[in-house]
Design a protein around this ligand. Structure first.
Ligand code: SAM
Length: 301
């Protein structure tokens, strides 16, 4: 196992390189469980005393056992409970299996397609991050496709009620999933009244990810907005999630209605609550002041 590509600046420390030379976080590496350059990216999985098992791709922290539920619960239960009747779900990326695990908890979902570009991420996360997928890769509803997400939405004739883009940052293979062409393809793959949600970076550190996504989504969707959650290991403040649908009502649901659906689902979560769901669409003023964001509708407008 080579450390030559690792971001570890010694055998005991992993320095995230997302904001190399400007700002960053490091993790003690108590044990390296896997490290290799896959066909698409550098993959490392290691143990950390505080965060448990940690996975990074191309120098960027992707997920940790300790705080993955913040992100996976918010990017799954917000669109699925807002939609209210989702039968078919498409996950783009998500190789660690955490998003798939949360989608599988919805008994009303009948079919899940997951399109992940890197087979080795799936295989190594199943082996070294087993609590993320927690058996979800064996769910009979799953159709796992190893492919580029952009190619998939370009060519697929399948339709979905909810699309979740759980990709890396727009560097390397993830860049394709922040393009107008990808959003156009997602629109074409959505059933009427469907919802697209996408990880969209930490807005305080990566404001252009939000403004560019808004600009690229608006030609295809009547209602484009964002919602937020602070995920500890996505450093720099609130993680932003893009929201795009032709049904503005889905973002205006009352906490009473979301609560009713949440109770009906039988879900028990560690981060998500109906009040957090509704409140997550309340964007800070500095986000609304970003270029092109003024007309981003706020819940209850
Ligand atoms: N939670 C993380 C975040 O917010 O940055 C994302 C986690 S998940 C590990 C990201 C996944 O996207 C990886 O498994 C990566 O292989 C996959 N991915 C990157 N580019 C892709 C593409 N073009 N098509 C499909 N999957 C892609």
């Amino acid at each position: 196992m080579s450390h030559t590509d690792s971001q570890a600046n010694d055998s005991r420390r992993y320095d995230e390189s997302l904001y190399k030379g400007i700002y960053g976080q490091f993790f003690g590496m108590d044990e390296v469980l896997f490290e290799n350059r896959t066909e698409h990216q550098h993959l490392v999985i290691f143990n950390n005393q505080r965060f448990g098992r940690v996975m990074a791709l191309d120098g960027v922290i992707q997920t940790t056992e300790a705080d993955e539920f913040f992100y996976h619960e918010m990017l799954t239960h917000v669109p699925l409970l807002a939609h209210g009747n989702a039968k078919r779900v498409l996950i783009i990326g998500g190789g660690d299996g955490g998003m798939l695990r949360e989608v599988c908890r919805h008994e009303s979902v009948e079919h899940i397609t997951q399109v992940e570009i890197d087979r080795q991420v799936v295989d190594m996360c199943r082996e070294f991050l087993p609590n993320h997928s927690a058996g979800a890769y064996d769910d009979p509803r799953l159709n796992l496709v190893i492919s580029d997400g952009l190619d998939y939405v370009r060519n697929s004739t399948d339709k979905f009620d909810v699309i979740i883009s759980d990709c890396t940052d727009p560097i390397g293979p993830g860049e394709a999933l922040f393009t107008s062409e990808f959003y156009e393809g997602c629109k074409r793959c959505l059933n009427e009244g469907g919802v697209l949600v996408a990880q969209n970076g930490v807005v305080f550190m990566q404001p252009e990810e939000v403004t560019v996504s808004a600009q690229r989504l608006k030609p295809y969707f009547d209602d484009v907005s964002f919602y937020v959650a602070a995920v500890p290991t996505y450093v720099g403040g609130q993680m932003t999630f893009a929201w795009a649908t032709d049904n503005p009502a889905l973002r205006q649901l009352s906490v009473e209605e979301i609560s009713r659906r949440f109770e009906q689902s039988g879900l028990r979560c560690r981060y998500y609550t109906p009040a957090v769901h509704v409140g997550s669409f309340a964007l800070p003023q500095y986000v609304l002041d970003l270029p092109g964001m003024a007309d981003t509708q706020q819940a209850g407008d």
